[in-house]
Design a protein around this ligand. Structure first.
Ligand code: GSH
Length: 202
């Protein structure tokens, strides 16, 4: 039986966005619960690690974005066709997590030399992603069909404008392709930060 899902996050796209892409792609109903900034301190101690997003599966809470995404990939049958593909998709998503962490350092770094180093590291990641994508004739990151890696990449790269110039044509094409999938396109158009099923927690 399909479980009841509730995704809980702050009033922003952030780390919940890849998970929302996955729900939209799968056409899976879920409740999206938004926690306003001012309510967070009193709710924080009741979450598994004092952080969001949290996914509730039949009322049972679980945290850690990538673990949740990996679980949903399995539930929605988009984890990859065999163990090798599953490993490739996992590896790409973990590399994207590192890439995001690297890009986030740019927000606070003031030292020009350090900024140049971070930008070099960002470019390295983008080039590696491009090599992997460009060498796959399917136009997806892994194998011949869409996997959660494609959805996570589209969600994360769609949210980043700062690196769009350094991004290859192949990566931009992937993002466009995913954002135009029949289940994704109307959802992207219709959604706001707080979508129709969002419920405010007090
Ligand atoms: N490793 C965690 C990190 C989660 C995280 O840092 N969440 C932030 C929001 S994006 C958060 O909960 N911040 C509020 C806080 O730490 O009090 C994951 O991937 O889910």
């Amino acid at each position: 039986m399909i479980p009841k899902y509730k995704l809980i996050y702050l009033n922003t796209y952030g780390r919940a966005e890849p998970l929302r892409y996955m729900f939209a792609y799968a056409g899976q109903d879920y409740v999206y619960e938004i926690i306003e900034k001012e309510d967070w301190p009193k709710l924080k101690p009741n979450t598994p690690y004092g952080q969001l997003p949290v996914l509730e599966v039949d009322g049972k809470p679980v945290a850690q974005t990538t673990a949740i995404a990996r679980y949903l990939a399995k539930q929605f049958n988009i984890q990859g066709k065999d163990d090798w593909e599953i490993l490739q998709a996992d590896s790409l998503v973990e590399a994207l997590v590192d890439y995001r962490a690297c890009a986030r350092r740019l927000y606070t770094e003031q030292n020009p030399e350090k900024i140049a180093e971070i930008k070099k590291e960002q470019t390295m990641y983008l080039e590696k992603f491009d090599t992997i994508l460009s060498s796959n004739p399917s136009g997806f990151l892994v194998g011949s069909e869409i996997t959660w890696a494609d959805l996570v990449f589209a969600a994360v790269l769609s949210g980043r404008q700062d690196d769009s110039e350094a991004r290859s044509a192949a990566l931009s094409t992937l993002v466009d392709k995913i954002n135009n999938i029949p289940n994704i396109k109307p959802w992207l158009k219709a959604r706001s930060k707080s979508n129709a099923s969002a419920k405010k927690v007090i």
